[in-house]
Design a protein around this ligand. Structure first.
Ligand code: PLP
Length: 436
């Protein structure tokens, strides 16, 4: 059953007949078919191999089918495959210790969830209980997950059909290329976005605001690296008004930006850190909240009213321990930083010099956005038809891309080699030449 039926068309047919897909009208789907993979490559059932420049949903940081992680899952499966969350198990404690070893000082507890949405859900719950306030401020340009409070914290179009609850406010975060603040320098963008954020707090009433929920580097919304001083400014506003700062590291964390946590590059420490994806590269669904000591101790006497059957699932925990160990041993985070600084950053900027359809290139590590425009002066985005052609051409050249709106997100696994990164850049170059 793993390899049969061994042709793409029958797998696609079986899938679209019986599987209901995320975020889609179901009638016209023709999903890309994947049978297996290794490192930064994947292949279908007919032997076609692709360079994975998507890391699936930007989660396979350690690459596909890492032997150490697979071995750890198999070994744990032989010992214990499930355990209720109230019981203690060695692997859960080890996973917490491994995660905490990369967190800032002052964090000694981890609450485990099944993924990123429920990590944010529970971080919001902690912030609301801790402050006794209810509102959450997040960015219009954000994605925080597909559950109750996480989807209404999300700013993009997916919030709107799900917006049944109040208590969430959105602001425009910094995005110099398309500044909402008429800014022309990163400093102006930072200062003005912070001014607007503070005015929003005052207008909403500081005593009503429990939390800021912010992606350290907004990912799906466009890999919007914050300008100098912005996150520190948010930290200062959180302190001034007694607001809990939750940094969402679900996509940006565990090596993606070239740091263990993306916020490390911005000299800021949040109160709660949410994670998922890269913590175990999604080999088994897992996520969680890293809780600072003040908030963790607020629940020493008081009951925390939240939990999940699979919180700290042994297979997920074993995969977290093995993933973090392999990332340390193989210097995966350092590789991500190196590839960004020496291959992807310079390479994508060279493509910008060559192809006028590229309006902006931004990012770090293996977390880059290339924004396409019809005119560099007006910054008019290319249309969906052009993006469709780009996608088809990249696939024809055997590169699996990650696209959002008018952007290509260049997000290979953190283990991508220099040669593979160059190969991907050459494909993008050839395709842009073809399309022009
Ligand atoms: N937060 C961020 C920043 C994300 O990118 C995502 C998923 O893409 C989520 C939260 C939700 O995570 P999950 O899909 O595991 O629930």
């Amino acid at each position: 059953p793993l390899l049969h039926p061994a042709d793409n068309a029958s797998v696609r047919e079986a899938d679209t007949s019986n599987v209901f897909h995320s975020w889609s009208a179901q009638g016209t789907l023709a999903p890309f078919v994947i049978a297996s993979g290794k490192g930064a490559r994947i292949w279908d059932y007919e032997g076609n191999t692709y360079l994975d420049f998507s890391s699936m949903l930007v989660n396979v940081n350690i690459g596909h089918q890492h032997p150490k992680v697979i071995e750890a899952i198999k070994a744990q499966a032989d010992v214990l495959t499930t355990v209720a969350p109230a019981h203690a198990n060695n692997m859960r404690a080890l996973a917490a210790q491994k995660i905490l070893s990369h967190a800032p000082a002052g964090f000694e507890k981890v609450f485990f969830t099944n993924g990123g949405a429920d990590a944010n859900e529970n971080a919001i719950r902690m912030a609301r209980l801790h402050t006794g306030r209810d509102k959450v401020i997040s960015f219009y340009r954000s994605y925080h997950g597909n559950t109750g409070a996480a989807i209404v914290s999300t700013g993009d179009w997916r919030r709107i059909p799900n917006e049944y609850s109040r208590g969430h406010k959105h602001v425009f975060g910094p995005y110099l290329y398309r500044s909402e603040y008429w800014a022309t320098t990163p400093e102006q963008e930072s200062e003005r976005a912070l001014h607007f954020l503070e005015r929003t707090i005052q207008a909403e009433g500081p005593a009503s605001i429990a939390a800021f929920l912010i992606e350290s580097v907004p990912g799906t919304a466009g890999i919007l690296t914050p300008p100098p001083g912005y996150l520190k400014g948010v930290r200062a506003l959180a302190d001034k008004y007694g607001i809990v700062l939750i940094l969402d590291e679900v996509m940006a964390g565990f090596g993606r930006t070239g740091e263990w946590f993306a916020f490390n590059a911005f000299d800021v420490v949040p109160d709660l850190i949410t994670f998922a994806k890269g913590v175990n590269s999604g080999y088994i669904p897992a996520g969680g909240v890293i809780i600072n000591n003040e908030i963790a101790h607020a629940f020493d006497e008081r009951v925390f009213p939240g939990g999940l059957t699979y919180s700290g699932h042994p297979l997920a925990m074993a995969s977290i321990v093995a993933t973090i160990e392999a990332m340390e041993e193989e210097k995966v985070v350092e590789n991500s930083k190196h590839i960004g600084a020496t291959v992807l950053g310079p390479g994508l900027n060279a493509l910008k010099d060559k192809h006028s359809v590229i309006g902006d290139v931004r990012g770090s590590g293996v977390f880059w956005a290339v924004e396409f425009v019809t005119n560099r002066d007006t910054k008019e985005p290319v249309d969906a038809a052009w993006m469709g052609k780009l996608k088809a051409a990249l696939l024809a050249h055997k590169l699996l891309p990650f696209m959002a709106d008018n952007r290509l997100h260049v997000v290979p696994p953190c283990v991508v080699t220099e040669d593979e990164a160059r190969e991907g850049l050459a494909i993008i170059d050839a395709v842009l030449t073809e399309l022009s």
